[in-house]
Write a protein that binds this ligand. Structure first.
Ligand code: UD1
Length: 356
């Protein structure tokens, strides 16, 4: 009998790609998402890309204990992947209560509902932002944590809650994955990152400049102690992130308690390297201008990605060219995101139900 995985935040950027990866590998997938920052259309796209439907999709807020419990009662859940959270660093500074409530409160509610329904396997969506002001050199899972904003603190707090709960309930199995910078899209161009308003992050901004939706990119600082002076990050293809979650599920039972892993490539890329690669891959110019540093940014954040390879025999396979190519494909086919009426978006998905 196939395993059923409940995915919170399954309509979001990383969640939707992970749902496709799970469906492609024979899992039954139940989505919980309140669509506060995701489009219900992503659920239709998941079914279309995977060629088979989700088992169910529930419009539920993870803080709603009764509604969440009803979802668990309706399905035989074998494992949970918990993505549902707020994720904008800047917004977290002005809306700290909302961030702690949803990210930490939602995780606590989920844990208590899981316990009530005797579900004991969880993969948690964490972030490299827990490292904060980085040490020089690649970050291992043992590098010191020093989050610098409320968003990052919510992720670290969740990890601490999970560790404490695991220490008490011996049957729980938890893997927390600290992603570096997920970018790119599904190679079909049907699924991708669809930020609301002006994108905060580099790749979606670059894609919108290349497609002509925005005039130019502001490069936030060219005076960092990096080879070309611009910020260096560890970009990871969202399909590698999705694959990482699927592989994590297979390794959940190997250790008791909680484990933490980085999910990155181990390769650093500067802003200008990414811009130049995107321009080459898309064949479009990406006008850009250097402005001052963005508050809170650090020079470089790169993973030591070796622990996950040693533990699972798995590694990322998609390079920067693939990340730019797939992001560009999604941007071209969906110039205004999921609400675009491009030929593809307006095609046969209309009227299809993603759920059986
Ligand atoms: C941020 C979050 C991280 C989250 C990631 C992906 C922090 C400090 N950062 O990472 O938690 O996982 O988003 O969602 O917690 N840049 C420009 N111009 C732009 C936008 C960005 O030059 O218009 C530069 C930035 O200065 C940085 C690089 O591009 O050097 C990447 O920025 P961004 O995509 O926003 O990701 P991070 O800030 O690294």
């Amino acid at each position: 009998m196939p395993e059923t995985v409940l995915v919170t935040g399954g309509a979001g950027f990383i969640g939707s790609h992970t749902c496709v990866e799970l469906l492609d590998h024979g899992y039954e997938v139940v989505v919980v998402d309140n669509h506060v920052n995701s489009s219900p259309q992503a659920l239709e796209r998941i079914a279309k890309v995977a060629g088979r439907p989700l088992t169910a999709a529930h419009d539920v807020d993870v803080r709603d204990r009764a509604a969440l419990s009803a979802v668990f009662a309706a399905h035989r859940v074998d494992a949970v992947i918990h993505f549902a959270a707020h994720k904008a660093v800047g917004e977290s500074v002005s809306l700290p209560v909302e961030y702690y409530d949803t990210n930490v409160g939602g995780t606590c509610t989920l844990l208590s509902v899981m316990r009530r329904h005797r579900v004991r396997r969880l993969v948690f969506s964490s972030s490299c932002s827990v490292y904060g002001e980085a040490e020089s050199g690649p970050l291992t899972e043992h590098s010191p944590v020093a989050p610098t904003n409320p968003y990052a603190r919510t992720k670290l707090m969740c990890e601490q809650v999970l560790a404490d709960v695991c220490a008490h309930f011996a049957e729980l199995r938890v893997l927390a994955l600290r992603y570096f910078n997920p970018v790119g899209a599904h190679p079909s161009g049907l699924l991708g990152e669809d930020p609301r308003g002006v994108p905060d992050n580099l790749m979606p901004y670059v894609a919108q400049v290349a497609v002509g939706r925005r005039e130019e990119l502001s490069v936030f600082g060219a005076d960092y102690p990096t080879p070309d002076g611009t910020g260096v990050r560890d970009y990871i293809h969202v399909m590698d992130v999705a694959e990482g979650h699927r592989v994590a599920l297979q390794h959940l039972d190997e250790h008791s308690g909680m484990q933490v892993f980085n999910l990155g490539t181990g390769t650093g890329t500067s802003v200008l390297q990414l811009v130049n690669t995107f321009a080459r891959v898309s064949g479009r110019p990406v006008p850009h201008r250097t402005v001052g540093r963005r508050a809170g940014d650090v020079a470089a954040l790169v993973a030591d990605a070796s622990a996950v390879t040693a533990a699972w025999g798995w590694t990322t396979t998609r390079d920067l060219t693939a990340m730019c190519r797939d992001a560009w494909q999604f941007q071209q086919l969906n110039p205004d995101g999921y609400s675009s009426r491009s030929s593809l978006a307006a095609g046969p998905t209309t009227g299809e139900s993603p759920c059986s």
